[in-house]
Each structure stands twice: as C-alpha cells, then as structure tokens.
Design a protein around this ligand. Structure first.
Ligand code: FES
Length: 113
C-alpha cells in the first residue's frame, strides 16, 4: 500500500504473518491483522498519542490491560472505547483524540494548583 491517504505499519516487533483487512485510522487507510487489538495496530502505525483529556491534554496508553482508560478512542462512532481491549474488525473506523467534553468546551479547571 502506498499513497497519501494511507498509514504504513512501521513498528511491528516481528514481521506480521498476513495482513487480513483494511481499517480507517483518523481518516486514513491502514492494514490490520486479524486478532490484534486496536492499541497494537496504533503502535504498529507509530501512533503513540491516542487520547485527549477533558482539559485538552494529549495522552497515550499506560497499562495496556484495560484498567487506566488512557487509551480511549472512538470506534465506529462510539466514543470512549479502550483501544487495548478492542479487537480490530474489517472496515473498522478508528478515531483518536475524541473527547466530546473538550470539543464542546465543557471542562472544569482544577481548583488545586
Ligand atoms: S492502556 Fe490502560 S485501559 Fe488501555
């Protein structure tokens, strides 16, 4: 796969055995492997900054096992899906940095400085 609307896998630890299907990540096409998590795919695509907090801070995965919720993405229009707990599916539409509160300007400043 080549082109401007394509993200290439550049960070696989080992060569992937077979590309199973195409998914969309932030509006670009990417090759995914059957059985891998969305987080694994994002790492393979060299995408480390994944989420945006209610205050607009960028974040990435922390625990990798479903506990911290730092890896939340929008999958097929459903927000707050944990990338580390979601298995890729053919045609999946993944969007990083989705935060409806931050996008709407609804956030609370921390009173403690
Ligand atoms: S990385 Fe912690 S919940 Fe996904």
């Amino acid at each position: 796969m080549t082109g401007t609307n394509i993200i290439c896998r550049v960070n696989d630890i080992e060569p992937v055995p077979a590309i199973a299907f195409i998914v969309t990540v932030d509006g670009k096409q990417a090759q995914a492997c059957a059985g891998e998590t969305v987080l694994n795919l994002l790492f393979a695509l060299d995408i480390r900054s994944i989420s945006t907090t209610n205050r607009g801070l960028k974040g990435g995965a922390y625990c990798g096992m479903g506990i911290c919720f730092f890896c939340t993405v929008c999958i097929d229009g459903i927000r707050n899906q944990r990338a580390c707990q979601s298995i890729v599916r053919e045609g999946m539409n993944i969007q990083t940095h989705c935060n409806q509160f931050y996008e709407a300007g609804i956030h609370h400043e921390c009173a403690i400085r």
